[in-house]
Every structure is written in structure tokens, then in C-alpha cells.
Design a protein around this ligand. Structure first.
Ligand code: COA
Length: 145
């Protein structure tokens, strides 16, 4: 298993993974409505965001993108066949460390408020806390000591 930084050439792979998740599932059109398109990912990677991919057997199986402009974990997904192998936790750790190195003391993200989804317990397990639910969106944060 290998972790490496995302390049612009990886944008198609990122969307293949994000569109293949079994939970927190979105169509491409729905992602676009949330501001997530090939163009916006490209623009963010060229400006305020950095991302990392996990590869195994020469295949991309998970990725994360974080935004240094606000300390946000923007996108995170792992292919269903590769969940529960700590790939998500390792990606999150890499992105958190980058945001911390950029000076952030309070990291944040938004996700679905459904506590039955794996994402909810995954973030809690990784030290994140609920901040608020607003307009059906759960805001979580992680304070850095
Ligand atoms: C959330 C996600 C990124 C986690 O990735 P992962 O590689 O499976 O994460 P890890 O293996 O590091 O951690 C797995 C954790 O998921 C949670 N989890 C796994 N199965 C679960 C289940 N059936 N019910 C509740 N929580 C569960 C647990 O907290 C588990 O930790 P544990 O193994 O210590 O109990 C992945 O499940 C995913 O891609 N989900 C779909 C997309 C998504 O929700 N993205 C994030 C929010 S938009």
C-alpha cells in the first residue's frame, strides 16, 4: 500500500473513487451541485488544496483533499472493497498534519448527520467532535493542542 500526493492527472481517478462509494453516495450531478466538479477540483489543487491518494496493486483505492485556506478536510473516500483497512485513517492523518503544518489549530469538515453511517464513528474515532447541525449538514471539528 502506497500513499502519494495527488496531481492534476489524478482527477479522473478521484472521481471514479468518489462516485463508487457505498455510503454518502452522490451522482456526478449532485457533486456538482455541492461545488465539486473536475474544474473546481483542478482549481483548488492549483491554489489552496492538496490531496493524497492511496494505491495498492497499481490501483487507486482512496483519496483525501484538504484546503489550507480554512483548515477544511474537503473530500475523503475509500472504495467499498478497501474499507476498514485503516486507509481512511492514514489519509486523514496525512491531511491533518499538512493543515497543522500550515498553521491551523482548529480543523473542520462537513458530513451527513446520519450517525449510522461509517463516516460518523470514523471521525469520532479519529478525534473529531460534533460542532453543530445546520440545514441538515453536520459540522465536525478537531482542535489541535
Ligand atoms: C469513512 C471512510 C472514508 C472510512 O475509511 P476506512 O478506510 O474504512 O477507515 P478506517 O479503516 O481507517 O476506519 C474504519 C472505521 O469506520 C467505522 N466503521 C466501519 N464499519 C462500521 C460500521 N458498520 N458501522 C459504524 N462504523 C463503522 C469505524 O469507526 C471503523 O473504525 P474501527 O475499525 O476502529 O472500528 C469510508 O468508509 C468511506 O469512504 N465512506 C464513504 C464515503 C464517506 O463517507 N466519506 C466521508 C464523508 S463525506
Amino acid at each position: 500500500m502506497k500513499f502519494r500526493e495527488i496531481g492534476l492527472i489524478d482527477i479522473s481517478a478521484i472521481f471514479s473513487i468518489r462516485l463508487a462509494t457505498d455510503e454518502n453516495k452522490f451522482t456526478y450531478e449532485e457533486l456538482v451541485q455541492h461545488g465539486i466538479s473536475h474544474e473546481s477540483v483542478r482549481n483548488k489543487l492549483l491554489t489552496t488544496c492538496k490531496g493524497w491518494l492511496c494505491e495498492t496493486n497499481n490501483m487507486e483505492v482512496g483519496f483525501i483533499i484538504a484546503d489550507k485556506s480554512s483548515g477544511e478536510i474537503w473530500l475523503l473516500a475509500v472504495l467499498p472493497q478497501y474499507i476498514n483497512k485503516k486507509i481512511g485513517s492514514q489519509l486523514l492523518n496525512i491531511a491533518e498534519n499538512w493543515l497543522i503544518s500550515e498553521g491551523h489549530k482548529r480543523l473542520w469538515l462537513i458530513t451527513d448527520p446520519d450517525k449510522n453511517l461509517r463516516a460518523y464513528s470514523f471521525y469520532l474515532k479519529n478525534g473529531w467532535l460534533e460542532r453543530k447541525i445546520e440545514n441538515g449538514i453536520l459540522y465536525m471539528e478537531k482542535a489541535i493542542d
